[in-house]
Design a protein around this ligand. Sequence first.
Ligand SMILES: C[S@@+](CC[C@H](N)C(=O)[O-])C[C@H]1O[C@@H](n2cnc3c(N)ncnc32)[C@H](O)[C@@H]1O
Length: 363
Amino acid sequence: KEGAVEFFIPELPDLISKDMEVFYNPFMAINRDFTVLILKAYSKLKAKKLFVADPMSASGVRVLRLLKETNAVEKAFLNDIKKEAIELAQKNLEGHQNVEYFNKDANVFLLENKGFDYIDIDPYGSPVPFLESAIKSLKTGGLIGITATDTASLSGSYPFKAFRRYGSKPLDSEFYHESALRILIKSVIEASFRLDSVLKPVFGFSYRHFLRAFFVKLKGVSKAVDISTKIGYIGYCHSCKFRESYTCILDLPKFCPLCGDFFDYGGPLYIGSIYDNELLNIMKDEDFAHFHKDTVKVFTNILKESSIKSPWFYKANIFGKGIMPKLKQILKDLNAKPTHFSPEGFKTDLDFKYVKEYFEKWA
Ligand SMILES: C[S@@+](CC[C@H](N)C(=O)[O-])C[C@H]1O[C@@H](n2cnc3c(N)ncnc32)[C@H](O)[C@@H]1O
């Protein structure tokens, strides 16, 4: 059972892995909750039902949930390279008429069946091999949800792997979850630019071992200039923790402007706003009854942090080992908001120097 549905899956092994006959990961219920939530909202925003593609559908649970928990689907198209997966999806979706099944490579499926209003890319590891066909297959004005589970490389544990896949240098810092998500977002935008289209981020989060970002395909390419000014770099000092976003790599100082130590960097990555307020406003009024408690927690924090313009969240413990104030106190004193990226994290638009001085009084 997951959300409001019951369905068949193979017996779960102790270790969830690609080797399962048909893949199902119960921890990804949160990932699917957000698909349900955003599709309900997006369908309302567009005032229409959607043609939905699930090119890596596995058991079909995502589409089953969309059909049972939303009124958003006109027709769903499920595909998986594994025959056993599609057979199980057919069993799980028995009785639903507005569904078609395919057993192809996802790229072939996407290029042969264009014009979707929603595409869900949920591969093992990196979504990069599927970006171009998904962008081509998405209708103008359509929504795309992209999952990445290769978070270790995006977060800085395997920098060369990240560079090879995403064309960016990851940054090892206390806010690595956020820089990882922003590298993923950058690479999706970049892929859209290469195809003469523009994908604009509208929602995103990091949870446990995965990252998830949603984008809308804009009409025309005139917005490309605006979005390209939001692609830049994060400069970071490992000594004093000073951080600053830069739009041009030539502006990155070699030494920390605050303490003079070596100044590290990450990027290119997306430095603009991740959230679309119109969509957030509709999402917040949806029914959360069937969602996992962590989905509610993540969304509640996203609602709060979306009011802060500055990226790069803080953690109090980076500024010293003393007894630090409780998060509630910090939020009040620094005009800050909690962040879904970390239970101890917070975001503020206040100047870095002010934040640092505040904590130095406690350290
Ligand atoms: C992470 S699972 C997807 C889980 C599913 N979306 C869900 O929510 O339960 C990845 C799926 O992609 C399928 N797959 C892997 N490579 C593929 C490819 N090149 N084309 C189509 N399907 C592929 C696998 O068989 C597997 O079922």
